[in-house]
Each structure stands twice: as structure tokens, then as C-alpha cells.
Design a protein around this ligand. Structure first.
Ligand code: KPL
Length: 317
């Protein structure tokens, strides 16, 4: 099997290192100093158990933004791991890299990524996904896996891409032997909303306050705000008709905060690096959907405004 990882940031590095230990061929699609490091010195990953793994650059082929022709139509699977705002560009790259029956899976934060992939590849070649593994990038070619979670996958509505299909079965097998803990879900909307709820609770507050995830558990004032943002989003999900009856916000939030306590969430990492954040696909999505349904979401609106303010001040100095 040949697997492409599109967007090799923190989570993409965890996937790359996990797959590097199997017998699959790997293509890493990345840019700038990260791409240069992966191609020249490889990847150093500190695992959740504190082991330091060095994956040599000859373990994969690195493609910079311009994909060379020998890589066209050669991948069986493409994992889209980049930031929310890179999905349109990564969907184009996936279309170039994948074989005609190759499958693309977004494990990004936020909503709407699978639909963007479908627009290019068709429903029969796309799975929805998300991940609760936590990771941080320490610099080009260096990352830390800070919290063990799962990779959750689901079929899109009315798609026949299920574990009965050999390609999906192989993929689940690969995630399993790589130690990435795959979980097959039967309700795509419920799965994506559950992850969105976790992200709107943790990411904006941790980014604004500059704290690691564990602080949102240790500090009652922050914990209360995190839970309130999550409950607001829960109302919107329920109003959309998503069955959230099996999702208990408070214990779920606690579980993820404990599992990722030492992590700086992705939004805090973005703010610290002066990058645009994923706030539009997180709180922005909750606010937009809430407005459509007449559900007020004042806390998500406030978090959206504050993170936008931080992005703006980083840009303007
Ligand atoms: O998804 C994450 C992120 O940082 O974006 C969590 C699970 C909250 C880990 O920090």
C-alpha cells in the first residue's frame, strides 16, 4: 500500500512516524522548512512514552508543493492532516496523488472538509475522519506526541465506502498495526460534532490564556468557561438534528483534558508561531450554524472575536 500524508505538521508527523514502522510506502506532502527537514534529516518524534524515534529521510518520498509527475496517481490512501484553511489546496494535491480508486480521509479539526474532498474526488472515494491524538511541533523535522487518542472514521451519508470494502478494511488494519487506534463510527455527523465540541471547549480558551490543556482542568474558572462554550455548541448540534444523546459533555471534556494535559493545543501553537488559527472552522462554524437555526451562541461569538483580535494584532505587530 502507498500512503500519502498531506500537511505534515504536528499530527501529520505522528501519522508519518507511526506508518514508517510498517511496510507501507510513504509520500509526505509538505512545504518550506518542514519539507526540507523531512527530506534531508528525517523526522525526530518523541513518543507519549518518552522514547525518541529517529525516522530516516530515505523512509519516504517528500513532495514540496509542486508535485512531480512520477508521483501522479500513485497513492492508495491520502490522509489530509493540514490546517482547516489549507483543505482546498490539499484536496487538489490529493486528486493528483491518488490512484483513480484511491481514498482520501480528512482528520482535520472543524467541519466541511470531507465535502470539499467530495467536490474533487466524488463520494465513493472519501471517508470522514477526526483524531483525538495530541501532538506539538518542536521545529522543522521534530515533533512530540503528547497525548494518545484515537483515529475515528465514518462513511459519508449514502456512501458505500464501509469496512466491507477491502480498501477500508486494509486502511483500518494499517491504523491498527501502526498503533494509531482506529475506531469505526456509524454516524458521521455525530462523530464530527463530538470533535468540534472538544475543540471549541479547549482551543480558543487555551490559546487566549496561553495555557496547556491541563490548566483548563486545574483552574475552575477556565474549566467553567470551556464547558459553557461546549454546551452552547451542543445546543446547535442537537438543533441540527444530530443525535448527541450518547455524548456527555462534562466527562468527555475531562477525559480529553486529562489525556492531553501537557499539550499546547493546536490553536495555541498557531498563535505562538504567528500563524492564522482554525477559529473560523471551530467557533465560527458554531456561530454560523447557530444563526441559521436561531440559537444564540454568545460565548462562541466572543471567543471568535478574541482569537480574531489576537490574529490581527500578531499580523500588524
Ligand atoms: O484537537 C486538539 C487540538 O489541539 O487541536 C486537542 C484534542 C484539543 C488536543 O490539544
Amino acid at each position: 500500500m502507498r500512503v500519502a500524508i498531506l500537511g505534515v505538521g504536528a499530527i501529520g508527523s505522528v501519522f508519518a512516524a507511526a506508518f514508517a514502522k510498517t511496510d507501507v510506502d510513504l509520500i509526505l506532502y509538505s512545504r518550506g522548512s518542514q519539507s526540507a527537514a523531512l527530506a534531508s534529516t528525517g523526522l525526530i518524534l518523541t513518543t507519549v512514552d518518552g522514547d525518541v524515534e529517529h525516522h530516516q529521510p530515505d523512509r519516504w518520498v517528500v513532495s514540496d508543493l509542486e508535485i512531480i509527475e512520477p508521483l501522479y496517481s500513485c497513492a492508495d490512501v491520502a490522509f489530509i492532516c493540514g490546517k482547516s484553511n489549507s483543505t482546498p489546496a490539499l484536496a487538489v494535491a490529493a486528486e493528483i496523488l491518488l490512484r483513480p480508486n484511491g481514498i482520501a480521509i480528512s482528520v482535520q479539526n472543524g467541519m466541511g472538509h470531507a465535502e470539499r474532498l467530495v467536490a474533487r474526488l466524488g463520494k465513493h472515494r472519501v471517508l470522514a475522519g477526526c483524531t483525538t491524538h495530541a501532538a506539538m511541533r518542536n521545529g522543522p523535522g521534530e515533533a512530540q506526541w503528547t497525548g494518545r487518542g484515537a483515529v475515528r472514521l465514518a462513511s459519508l451519508d449514502e456512501s458505500d465506502l464501509t469496512p466491507d470494502d477491502r480498501r477500508v478494511d486494509d486502511l483500518l488494519n494499517l491504523l491498527d498495526i501502526s498503533g494509531l487506534n482506529p475506531e469505526w463510527e456509524f454516524d458521521c455527523a455525530e462523530m464530527l460534532w463530538q470533535k468540534l465540541l472538544i475543540n471549541v471547549a479547549i482551543n480558543p480558551l487555551a490559546a487566549i490564556c496561553g495555557v496547556r490543556n491541563g490548566e483548563l482542568l486545574a483552574r475552575p474558572d477556565l474549566h467553567e468557561q470551556a464547558l459553557s462554550a461546549m454546551l452552547e455548541a451542543f445546543q446547535v448540534a442537537t438543533a441540527e438534528g444530530v443525535d448527541m444523546s450518547f455524548f456527555d459533555c462534562e466527562p468527555e471534556l475531562k477525559r480529553v483534558l486529562e489525556a492531553t494535559a501537557t499539550n499546547r493545543c493546536s490553536m495555541l501553537q498557531d498563535v505562538m508561531a504567528g500563524r492564522l488559527t482554525e477559529i473560523d472552522s471551530l467557533c465560527g462554524e458554531v456561530v454560523r450554524r447557530g444563526e441559521e437555526l436561531g440559537i444564540p451562541t454568545p460565548l462562541n461569538q466572543q471567543l471568535l472575536t478574541l482569537v480574531k483580535g489576537i490574529e490581527h494584532s500578531t499580523k500588524t505587530g
